[in-house]
Ligand binder design. Sequence first.
Ligand SMILES: [Zn+2]
Length: 156
Amino acid sequence: MRRAIDLATQEKGTNPANTPIAAIIVRDGKIIASGVNRTAENCDATAHAEVMALRAAGQAVGDMKIDGATLYSTLQPCGMCTFASIWAGVSRIVHGAGRDDVHEMYFEDRHLSTMDYIRDAYKQDLTMDGGILAAECAALYFGPDDDVPEDKQANK
Ligand SMILES: [Zn+2]
């Protein structure tokens, strides 16, 4: 998670407006891929850090499936990234800041959350651990009570 925080801040700085979210994928004790949020730069709503890392992992291993891998993300993955992880065969998701640590703008659904998607998936061996270095990760993002202009909130 420390490496993910470093990647986020090296690539995107520490201003929450620049969405410094990073993800790292580890398999067999080795980092096989990483990614940072590129939604604004790429004009691509799917370019979340986790999706960028999953795309890089697929290229790195030459297979869309990365069974047994662990995905680390500085922020709890949204539904899209959770499902992408399931499709890719990820076995464990580890996140830093959780949904309650940050502004609601980071999530697409009012009630469904990462665990709901995992719980209902056909894939049975996916686990999730949250809150790793949560305070450090949360400091990179808008807080639950921050007054964020609506035009800066991608989920509105
Ligand atoms: Zn996402």
